[in-house]
Design a protein around this ligand. Sequence first.
Ligand code: ADP
Ligand code: ADP
Ligand code: MG
Length: 462
Amino acid sequence: MSDAGRPIRRLFVANRGEIAVRIVDACRVLEIESVVGVSDADRDTMAARLANRSVCIGPAKAAESYLRKEAIVAAALGTGCDAVHPGYGFLSERSEFRRYCDEHRLTFVGPSAAAMEALGDKLSARHIAEKLGLPTVPGADNVRSPEDARRFGESAGYPFLLKASAGGGGRGMRIVRSAKDADAAYNGASAEALAAFGDATLYIERYIERARHIEVQVLGDGQGNVIHLGERDCSTQRRHQKLIEEGPSPVLGEHDRVRMAADAVRLATHVQYKGAGTVEFILDLDSKCYYFLEMNTRIQVEHPVTEMITRRDLVAEMILIAGGAPLSFSQADVVTQGHAIECRINAEDFRSDFRPSPGQLTKWQIPTGPGIRVDSHCYAGYRVPPFYDSMIAKVIVLGSDRTDAIEKMKLALDNFLVEGVKTTIPFHQLVLSHPDFTDSRVTTQWVESVFLSTTTTSPDAS
Ligand code: ADP
Ligand code: ADP
Ligand code: MG
């Protein structure tokens, strides 16, 4: 079928926002034509302006546009495209979308449906990881009732996490600190998972109180080559969602760095991984052990961190691989240099519990300079729609070391001038100056348990 690979001539971008712009840019570099599918609310977005063509795939509501595989494939075929890039979120990890593309002879930029199924379901991925000898967080499957959860707590102890097997984006997860939490946590996690992912299956992992989130970027060509491009540390999170990412990890020792990368490559190799993927791990700061969390079978939001320190174009590479090319470089060619940091800038008011702040951008002046990169779909006059994720830009900097990168990011954020909507720029400025961040003492809980409870968030303090 189309998976055999044929060079891509015209690519359909099945996504929106900054990642749609990023994919269009990669097409330009590769001299491939691009067509962007937009919802009614995204007709005037930057990707539509930059692509060779844009076509409307439906109303603003994602369920009627970006999540409708029939509309996307019809638009791709109707505009003469031979391939589809799914970006992240939306349909990017849905194997039925990949199969549907295959049926219509559209090359899907990503792994095989079988690989997506084996790794996309978290429980299945956990079993494969265990079989391959990767460390997994102690826990339990077959959690079918609050009683099952309580039984785990009685035998293995509290606290633990109830997690949705189909989960993503930090959803479908509840912490259980004692027996009395079990009912609410079980019912909340399973209902959220069913509503968001159509699958209420839950499993248990021991809750790691003092944790760092560290992940390994991999690339495979489906022709026997799988390599890694080092790790990213994404421990600055709120509600299990990443806010700041950096690479290399400032807390990972050399021995674990080598082991973790080898673990990631072993997992990807097992499923003959094709394209860009990320193997996520959690590092327990108390026991110093790390464990496999999940694999994301797509390009990730924070991929520019890796692009900066390796000077490689991950999006171009995944498009070439989908077109049948072998990896254009080897493990020995991957050399990391310096330290990169990414701040996700959201149209949100962090002083009001990160409430979304859509609206028109009356001023939009992005920072420039050596080692500063801004990935965004916005421009002065652009109206940030209320319907989607609130991320409006990613600022990425490359410094000679971590201290230099932090200083560069502070300068970049000072020079990022946005008016018309509230943004999380002030949040990032405060975090970057906080000694816990500069000394790399943050854990995945730090933003909520330390930073937000000790930082004055009244508007007067800005
Ligand atoms: P990354 O590690 O790339 O940042 P995230 O988990 O933050 O990945 O997800 C990236 C985007 O995809 C976010 O907009 C998130 O809300 C969305 N997302 C992730 N998983 C899912 C899912 N299973 N269903 C719908 N949206 C998802
Ligand atoms: P998602 O699919 O939503 O990205 P993950 O399994 O990758 O789910 O977990 C997201 C985040 O939730 C992690 O980065 C971490 O902060 C937290 N988390 C997940 N599992 C655990 C655990 N066992 N103990 C502590 N924190 C966890
Ligand atoms: Mg994750």
